[in-house]
Design a protein. Structure first.
Length: 243
């Protein structure tokens, strides 16, 4: 397993310091989000088109791989002009990741502005952007929302809100993942996972487009928020497939 760090934790470091300490501390990769106080990757000199080959060589010499490119792209905006600026930044991060050999990007969407409903933001994405999978979990101190859209990936829910704990550890496992919690042996809970796990029955596969809300009292409300498929449905290894 390879270990990477993010410059979000050291945004004031220079590029040289990122390479120096990444190599010194034994990391194998780095996710870029801020260099020497500049958070916009498009403005970092080492990522200018002419400098990219040299930057890739310097990373390799330090034993580091570009793990991820990160940006602040917010789609939950009422103003189309502001949303376009964020979309441009996200697309620039995608292009930069492809040029640098990074396998992924990450966007920090921030808080949803007052007056903008989450469903409206998801709906805009479904109508305007190519989508392979949009499985989302959002949590606050008291509530949780889970969305499965479309059916490209699985998302399961296990309702333990009415389970009377017997004092034994809550232990769930599959061939790929495992979780164990002493605390969940004492309290009811609701669990979401990408696949059902042994240890308890009652796992339910969420429907495509289903949005579940879990409140502070573990009450579940569910409905089909997005009955239609994305306008541009991505297929594995292929181009957007207009629906």
């Amino acid at each position: 397993m390879k270990l990477a760090f993010s410059t979000l934790g050291c945004p004031e470091w220079t590029f040289d310091e990122v390479l120096q300490y990444g190599e010194q501390y034994g990391f194998q990769g780095v996710s870029f989000r801020g260099i020497h106080g500049e958070m916009d990757l498009r403005k970092i000199p080492q990522f200018a088109e002419a400098e990219r080959p040299a930057t890739i060589r310097r990373l390799a010499d330090a034993g580091l791989e570009p793990a991820m490119m990160m940006a602040s792209a917010r789609f939950a905006l009422a103003d189309p002009g502001e949303r376009q600026k964020h979309l441009d930044e996200a697309r620039a991060a995608i292009d930069l990741a492809a040029a640098m050999g990074a396998p992924a990007i990450r966007v920090f969407g921030g808080a949803i502005p007052e007056g903008v409903e989450p469903e409206a933001a998801y709906g805009w994405v479904a109508e305007n952007l190519p989508i392979y999978a949009l499985n989302i979990l959002i949590t606050t101190a008291t509530d949780l929302w889970a969305l499965r859209y479309p059916d490209s990936h699985q998302l399961y829910v296990l309702d333990r809100s009415t389970v009377h704990p017997d004092g034994s550890s809550a232990e769930l496992r599959s061939r790929r993942i495992r979780t164990r919690s002493e605390r969940l042996s004492e309290i009811p809970s609701v669990v979401f996972a990408s696949e059902p796990m042994d240890g308890e029955s009652g796992w339910r596969l969420m429907d495509s487009g289903e949005l579940i809300h879990v409140d502070a009292d573990l009450r579940l409300t569910s409905g089909i928020a997005f009955p239609d498929p994305p306008a541009q449905l991505l297929r594995p290894g292929g181009s957007p497939d207009p629906v």
